[in-house]
Design a protein. Sequence first.
Length: 555
Amino acid sequence: MAVSSTPTRPEAPAAPAGRAPRRPRGEGQWALGHREPLNANERIKKDDDPLNVRARIETIYAHRGFASIDPQDLRGRFRWWGLYTQRKAGIDGGRTAVLEPHELEDEFFMLRVRVDGGQLNLAQLRVIADISREFARDTADITDRQNIQFHWIRVEDMPEIWRRLEAVGLQTTEACGDCPRVVLGSPVAGVAEAELVDPTPAIDEIVSRYVGDKQFSNLPRKFKTSISWLVDTPYEANDIAFLGVDHPEHGPGFDVWVGGGLSTNPMLAKRLGVWVPLAEVPDIWAGVVGIFRDYGYRRLRNRARLKFLVADWGVEKFREVLEKEYLGRTLLDGPAPELPDKPVDHIGVHRQRDGRNYVGAAPVVGRVSGGQLAELADVVEAHGSDRVRLTPYQKLLVLDVAPERTESLVAALRGIGLAARPSAWRRGTMACTGIEFCKLAIVETKARGEELVARLEERLRDFDADISIHLNGCPNACARTQVADIGLKGQLVVGPDGRQVEGFQVHLGGGLGMVQGQTAGFGRKLRGLKTTAEELPEYVERLARRYLAGRTAGE
Ligand code: SF4
């Protein structure tokens, strides 16, 4: 992979000689001279680079305990090392918006381990399983960004946890915070029959060059990336996405999309219209991150994602600034990628290009445990594999299985609660962290999701359509509310007795541009489309029965 120069940061425009510089009210763009700290988050980042907090955790906080932690570190900089305080048990969702942060938080942490490209080997899987059992009360969730998330972590244990993770090449660096988060990748990178270029070298180079690099550790907000040859990640929901495309003259390379993001004011990423060879992916990525750092809006937190800049500039200007100010060259125009004819989630048994198989299996709503992951490692090893992949749909894959051992693997996975032939409900349901641990949550999600899947499997066992159901504990849409067939946004709703209870606003018919003929779009959100959490299984069952009754042949 070519090594390239680092993108430069443009200087603020100089004031004419003899005149005091004019400071029009800006959006907090550094490149336009608006460098003053403009809100509490910007102040925290300016006062001390958040990456520096690692040393304080190891030398001070881990020895003196939770009470010794500086509040700015605790609620600000800790995130750059994957650490969030978790929600205190027993605080209902009605009090989320009323209480102060310190009243909501526990003395324990959620810890996110980044698994770039979703790629794990057996040694890494065993370390994750051991950490879960020793330090995280056996918790481990597969997130919808291919991370592993622990709960119940104590600050005292962080030096040992980092030592163990880093010994096998894992890290929590910039797993959260205003910085480049985990890079999504195809779970079948390097093995899929249909893949022309394995983008793993580009992911590895981005991570090794830029994660933990202080030139990108203070971005306006989080920055999400997806790099895959296949259309098997939710690419349109990322700040930058590279998708495989075969250029008629130049051959295999990548199509580039920018400005995607869900949460409030959702926007799907837009095509830049350029073709980029694999070796240039890291440079283009760094150029776009540079634009975000320098021109991104920092004044208001709720306008600080790249999507707002892309919406204001448009892709033409964005491409021009990227080429002129950050790359110093023009990019080649490129064709749009081809979409598959059906959704690709890799569940089940599939052939690799080397003749072996990979097997995709589903836990329920991404919830696993240290014990289960340890058993998984034994099963994987017993079937001659060393590779596991996590998917951005809270599922996992075992690679490199000999054809004659595949059914034995499927049975062994079933024995530890991982279904390679799951019901449509288990296969298509995801849930965010929710009120069990998340301080922003209004409703419970994981347990509700498990109950929902169980009830639907009982009542509509043979439902045969692809369906996606995404449960979210608040409007932040971490589990991509807006792009599911049934997107559920947690909120309080009026219960049967007139009192406020946990419930969901329902978004219907959303989706990403993942298959031919399907246009990406957000689900319809109608004011009356709400259900209490209690009635959710019946609500979804009614929707499913209505769909079955009304669907046309072949739908
Ligand atoms: Fe927490 Fe809300 Fe994100 Fe769920 S959607 S993990 S409740 S912030």
